[in-house]
Design a protein around this ligand. Structure first.
Ligand code: XLS
Ligand code: CA
Ligand code: CA
Length: 439
């Protein structure tokens, strides 16, 4: 059964194309950093927004026209798989991601849920035999059902902890079965609403125990996917434990987990935490912990997780700068954890949205590649810190000094000469690169 009958395979037609259903900048064959763009960018489609999301918001019901919605229950789950692989093929996207609850409905008990999952997983596996699209990551939804209202691995109720363990155990088995390259932990309700009723120490210790059990089980079954923590400061929980990359990193250090996890950095979560997207990517990168990316954007005028398709070229450029500096994303990818707006309800809007996102990141990649090739920022940063390359600066960096020596040095200094940081000049240069990239 086909669901996007009036749309054929999306091709690269170049910047002069007027075809709205063609890539203008994303050319899968073009080389970026020694790899084809397709191999380097590793774009991925998020099952939940694209095949499940209905456009509903707290003020109104769903708006999305989705032809597969004529089915219900397991028939709907199967129809979604058909629609998904049709879309993957037509957009020529190499990866997809899902939560367990996106692909199969929950049954009346855990055993029934497992049975539903098994049926859909074997259907997906069948499709994957002939499809070029692979699984970037899977995860467990431990935030929608009312049982998770106080959290999952950080719940105050041991039964909930056990149920969460069972869900993740099954998720790891599914990931192995489908050859997933990563496994994601996003703790939507792992946090607290009020400290007045919360044992934070126990909750965090339990989360540490949970992650240890997860990595032990993955090892036992030979599932060698990269584990990823996806930080987010809040929403739905008021305070989430994986607040941002720095907080997540401190957590991993405390619980001896740094060797087993990296981060899945989402743009909109970065801005919710009061950071830029590139800040979060940078913190992950300099700590050797940049695993994968949820490519989307928030709205500067709205204070919540709007999960918009990424179209801001400045942001995609600075994001790709970090990713190129990281040498790529390894087993990770650029997953469009993004939804077409409620007013963009036609099935073809799914194509426009993904095309816009892929083109935006392709432009970002090309501009960032030129910035790196010309060493634009490298030169500026090198020069700015040049005092650490010789004399007293070198002694500081090499650990050959102490407070006595530094005091002696400072006492003989005259007025210190600082240099301008030249922010505005740098931003002007970046704009020039952005504009020149496609002239
Ligand atoms: C929600 C998160 C979620 C994760 C996967 O805000 O972005 O979708 O990516 O559970
Ligand atoms: Ca996400
Ligand atoms: Ca999000």
């Amino acid at each position: 059964m086909n669901y996007f009958n009036n749309i054929s395979k999306v091709k690269f037609e170049g910047a002069n194309s007027t075809n709205p259903l063609a890539f203008k900048y994303y050319n899968p064959e073009e080389m970026i950093n020694g790899k084809s763009m397709q191999e380097f960018m590793r774009f991925s489609i998020a099952y939940w927004h694209t095949f499940v999301g209905d456009g509903g918001d707290p003020f109104g019901q769903g708006t999305m026209i989705r032809p597969w919605n004529e089915y219900i229950g397991m028939d709907l789950a199967k129809a979604r798989v058909e629609a998904a692989f049709e879309l993957f093929e037509k957009l020529n996207v190499p990866f997809f991601c899902f939560h367990d609850s996106d692909i199969a409905p929950e049954g009346n008990n855990l055993k029934e849920t497992y049975d539903n999952l098994d049926k859909i997983v074997s259907m997906i596996k069948e499709y994957m035999k002939t499809s070029k699209t692979k699984l970037l990551w899977n995860t467990a939804n431990m935030f929608s059902h009312p049982r998770w209202l106080h959290g999952a691995a950080t719940a105050p109720n041991a039964d909930v902890f056990a149920y969460a363990a069972a869900k993740v155990k099954k998720g790891l088995e599914i990931g192995k079965e489908l050859g997933s390259e990563n496994y994601v932990f996003w703790g939507g309700r792992e946090g607290y609403e009020t400290l007045l009723n919360t044992n934070m120490k126990l909750e965090l210790d339990n989360l540490g125990r949970f992650f240890h059990m997860a990595k032990d089980y993955a090892k036992e079954i030979g599932f060698d996917a990269q584990f990823l923590i996806e930080p987010k400061p809040k929403e739905p929980t008021k305070h989430q434990y994986d607040f941002d990359v720095a907080t997540g990193l401190a957590f991993l250090h405390t619980y001896g987990l740094t060797d087993y996890f990296k981060f899945n950095v989402e743009a909109n979560h970065a801005t919710l935490a009061g950071h830029t997207f590139e800040h979060e990517l940078h913190v992950a990168r300099i700590n050797g912990m940049l695993g994968s990316v949820d490519a989307n954007q928030g709205d500067a005028l709205l204070g919540w997780d709007t999960d918009e398709f990424p179209t801001d070229l400045y942001s995609t450029t600075l994001a790709m700068y970090e990713i190129l500096k990281n040498g790529g994303l390894g087993t990770g990818g650029l997953n469009f954890d993004a939804k077409a707006r409620r007013g963009s309800f036609d099935p073809e809007d799914l194509f426009y949205a993904h095309i816009a996102g892929m083109d935006a990141f392709a432009i970002g990649a090309k501009v960032a590649q030129r910035l790196i090739k010309d060493k634009v920022l490298d030169k500026i940063v090198d020069e700015r810190y040049s005092s650490f390359k010789e004399g007293i600066g070198l002694e500081i960096v090499e650990g050959r000094t102490n407070f006595y020596k530094l005091e002696e040095y400072a006492l003989q200094l005259g007025e210190i000469q600082n240099k301008s940081g030249r922010q505005e000049k740098i931003k002007g240069i970046i704009n020039k690169y952005l504009l020149e990239a496609y002239l």
